[in-house]
Write a new protein. Structure first.
Length: 564
């Protein structure tokens, strides 16, 4: 009788967050298996949309940087969902039915609506498959405590009530870490989210730190508060400022002072790599120790030379190393006026899209970034720093291209005299203490003062000390990730040093020796970036959700087998 009782025990699972990572985790759990009891905690009032796509946090003009063909299906693809929406909803989204296509980019809020619809479908599928699922909206998890057999959650409910729960498995799917208050001083915004806060900025001198899509998002939010983008008679996008907004002028800035490139056409699914393959990287991981990064770089060079010998010759690839590849990669863009480069690159990208032409060097770097990422957790302390300082930026720039519409808007603002870009260099300084509003920027021997200033540098890496759950932090089970110390071989073992992020196993569980349950799964993006630098966006959320849900089901299956 006791054995039968144990077999019938229902595993209790908590998912903290109902954005993309939480949704893909839920997808992996709601299939046909032994019944599960799943509770989803969401701090927002309307679950299933995710912070980067929530309508209360994003301006309707903000575009996502993932084409519909790249977005992993949940219950259906984005295009399938769009095509079954009524005309009035498509009109509300600003989408023309006949223009729905695999390689189109849509506003962030549209992805939020899609994710919410998929979340609701998953709830129905889960219940039909015999699972018990409860969604607790407006519930913020305030604390986590690992115990020997379960995990305690302390949750702040509406009206500041506190509730206590116990679960067998807990998934931290809190995604991006955005501040609750963005305007920390008058005119100084530490984040472009929530976007409605930026709408209050008067037509004045505005500085934006960051030239990637987050910076562009901030720019477009401010610009659309004081003007409109319209096509002229030749079909060229122009910016029309509202009356009495002559004072609006925006300066974007970054260390290099370059803009991201326009999204480039490439073959999907990806063609296989020839030299820099998963098998080759795994072989290096297994056979090399303290020269791993340089060995990986040789594979990178071989692949790039094979795919695009003309480009390899042009940048002098054979003479480059980890420390010089980034300089060669960015050289043409850094030595060309940014808007000249943007116009030229946009024209090239639009033409390539029309004729389905792939630029091989861009495509090669894009395909290599996920393969090379396999080696990053195995780098020693010195090479991990070298990777982050020199090599990573090449991959990030290559895959973080932006929609063509974003470049069109930048060019329209530049033509309207509303936008310029500066390079801060390595010595640029931003001062928000010595001014009453905004910030003063010191760079390239000059001082620029801005009435409003927005830090739009995106998600920052968090470490174990940043864990927001007091008891979990006190327990010391969330530690900085480890890597080998340089030249630290003692006998047959490496001396390990803690570097940053959090120390997790391959199932995203914290690594510790205490006699506590190991069924906490950290899928929070900000804590993963140190060792998994390319873990960003919805595809990464799918990957994390898949791994975590499979780990939970496998653990439950083993427990059931042992109980039998």
């Amino acid at each position: 009788m006791l054995t039968g009782f144990i077999l019938l025990m229902t595993s209790k699972i908590a998912i903290i967050g109902s954005g993309p990572t939480g949704i893909y985790t839920l997808k992996g759990l709601v299939g046909k298996s032994e019944p599960l009891s799943i509770t989803v905690f969401e701090s927002e009032a309307d679950p299933g949309k995710g912070t980067p796509y929530h309508p209360d946090l994003n301006d309707r003009a903000m575009l996502s940087n993932i084409a519909s063909i790249e977005l992993p299906p949940i219950c259906e693809t984005l295009n399938e969902w769009l095509r079954r929406q009524p005309d009035e909803d498509l009109q509300r989204f600003g989408i023309v039915r006949d223009l729905i296509a695999d390689r189109e980019f849509y506003p962030r809020v549209v992805l939020g609506e899609f994710l919410h619809a998929q979340f609701v479908q998953l709830l129905n599928i889960g219940k039909a498959n015999g699972h018990t699922i409860e969604v607790k909206a407006s519930h913020r998890v305030a604390d986590i405590e690992l115990r020997t057999k379960d995990i305690r959650l302390s949750v702040t409910a509406p009206e500041d009530l506190t509730e206590e729960f116990a679960f067998d498995h807990v998934v931290m799917a809190t995604g991006h870490d955005f501040p609750e208050t963005t305007e920390v001083k008058p005119g100084y915004f530490m984040s472009p989210w929530p976007a409605p806060a930026l709408k209050k900025i008067e037509p004045c001198k505005v500085g934006i730190l960051g030239t990637s899509l987050s910076g562009i998002d901030a720019l477009i939010t401010v610009a659309t508060a004081h003007g409109t983008f319209l096509l002229d008679e030749q079909g060229v996008l122009q910016y029309h400022a509202m009356p009495e907004t002559e004072g609006l002028h925006v300066t974007m800035m970054s260390r290099k002072g370059v803009l991201p490139e326009a999204d480039f056409y490439c073959e999907i699914p990806y063609r296989p790599l020839q030299f820099c393959t998963e098998a080759a990287i795994e072989n290096l991981i297994a056979t090399r120790r303290h020269d791993l990064l340089d060995a990986v770089f040789e594979l990178f060079k071989a692949e790039l030379l094979f795919c695009d010998p003309e480009y390899a010759s042009r940048i002098g690839l054979s003479m480059l190393d980890i420390e010089t590849i980034s300089k060669a990669y960015f050289h043409d863009r850094e030595t060309t006026p940014p808007f000249v480069w943007a116009a030229r690159n946009l024209a090239e990208a639009e033409a390539n899209k029309k004729r389905h032409y792939t630029v091989e060097w861009r495509y090669a770097i894009l395909r290599m970034h996920e393969v090379i990422a396999l080696a990053i957790p195995h780098l020693d302390e010195k090479d991990l720093k070298r990777f982050h300082a020199h090599f990573k930026t090449v991959f990030v720039d290559d895959y973080a291209t932006v929609p063509h519409a974003s470049i069109q808007r930048l060019l329209a603002l530049y033509r309207a005299g509303k936008l310029d870009i500066i390079a801060l260099g390595n010595d640029g300084k931003i001062d928000n203490e010595g001014v009453s509003h905004g910030a003063a920027v010191r760079a390239q021997g000059q001082v620029l003062e801005f009435d409003a200033f927005i830090d739009a540098t995106g998600q920052h890496t968090l470490s174990a000390r940043d864990i927001p759950f007091p008891t979990l932090k006190e327990q010391g089970v969330m530690r900085k990730a480890t890597t080998s110390a340089v030249s630290s071989l003692v006998g047959n073992e490496d001396q390990m040093v803690r570097t940053g992020g959090v120390d997790l196993d391959e199932k995203f569980r914290p690594i510790f020796q205490d006699n506590l349950t190991n069924r906490l799964y950290c899928g929070s993006i900000a804590f993963l970036l140190h060792k998994l630098p390319f873990v960003q966006g919805i595809t990464s959320a799918r990957d994390i959700g898949t791994v975590v849900s499979q780990a939970i089901l496998e653990t439950n299956a083993k427990l059931e087998l042992s109980a039998a």
